[in-house]
Ligand binder design. Sequence first.
Ligand code: PHE
Length: 409
Amino acid sequence: MNDGSSNPVKTDANNGLSRRGLLGLLAMAAAATGVLLPAPAGAQQAAGDPIVIGHYGSTTGKEATFGISTDNGIKLAFEEINAAGGINGRPLSLITYDTRGESGEAGKAVTRLITSDKVTAVLGEVASTLSLAGGAVCQERKVPMISPSSTNPAVTRGRDYVFRVCFIDPFQGMVVAKFAHENLKKDKVAVLYDQSAAYSKGLRDEFKKALKKMGGTIVADEAYSGGDQDFSAQLTTIKASGAQAIFVPGYYTDVGNIALQARKLGIGKEVPLLGGDGWDSEQLAKIAGEAIEGSYYSNHYAPDQATDDVKVFVEKYKAAYGGQTPDGLAALGYDAALILADALKRSNCEGGKALRDAIASTKGFKGVTGMITIDKNRDATKSAVMVEMKMADDGNLKPAWVATVDAAE
Ligand code: PHE
């Protein structure tokens, strides 16, 4: 019998996924094929055939580390699942397309994954604007999509085939405002946001709302467009506003340039920059150097956070990727892939509505980035961390964990 129960495969990340290596995988795939029953008429793929999953992400361009890290995380998870026998005897295979960080490319990539490659499910994107574009295609074609990391509420709204495994920006905006108000005691804050990105606009709104509610004041509210090179007009206004901190809810390349120019204009380090998850890239410190030292951002996980699950993941990732420390996107890509695998097992490898329903009923899944339960809006309610860009003992500027804010707070 090949009904899945005769060949139990564990897909829970924390439940004994063991690496059995390629030989073990081949042996298991052969065993599964060997007991294959005649497929009923209309059945798509035989057991043992790969389940093809699509990933769309920015592996080049201004946000290249987003797509690369996510892809690395997904691949690590798929490799572990396949080494442990796949899903009901079928290996997962991955097709990744580059979006270059452009929403038009995102739509094209997802269309190609669904119509040409016939993927069972889609993972991606990181940037909310791109997930909105790709999600429209998945929704129309009824192919389940899981964004590992897009935090704008609109990404899943009204789209019953689109899910995410991260928190959303009303929470993230509150977390940063609370940190500014309570931990840093900075109540006069300027904002500099990217008007071309849904993520940045939404996070700016949420931060402003939350800070005002706590009694703080927004002393300047300036905009730029992603890719701009000159921020001096906005920063001059911000300098004159007497801001005690500057909230910059952007992506790392722009944020790095903004930090450099702010310090050059004489805005000193007593005025830290604050931001959200969009800062998360090792490139941030490379671009900004010490201009970003002492600034803070919120994120989904901190690699230096000493929980056992995080430690195990960091070690596995480093071993697989030449000693590189996984960023938040690698961790979220890994978690999204494991959640998808878990749902595929419960849908008996069926796609479409069966898979949609299985993802929707995900409860208490223990991921690297925390406990994941998919709620009725197809979002996850999770805690956030605040990190500080700090000089480490090895002489490198990197994010250091400062605080964890629980979802309930
Ligand atoms: N949350 C960001 C968005 O929605 C993407 C992001 C997540 C970037 C995590 C870096 C780290 O656009």
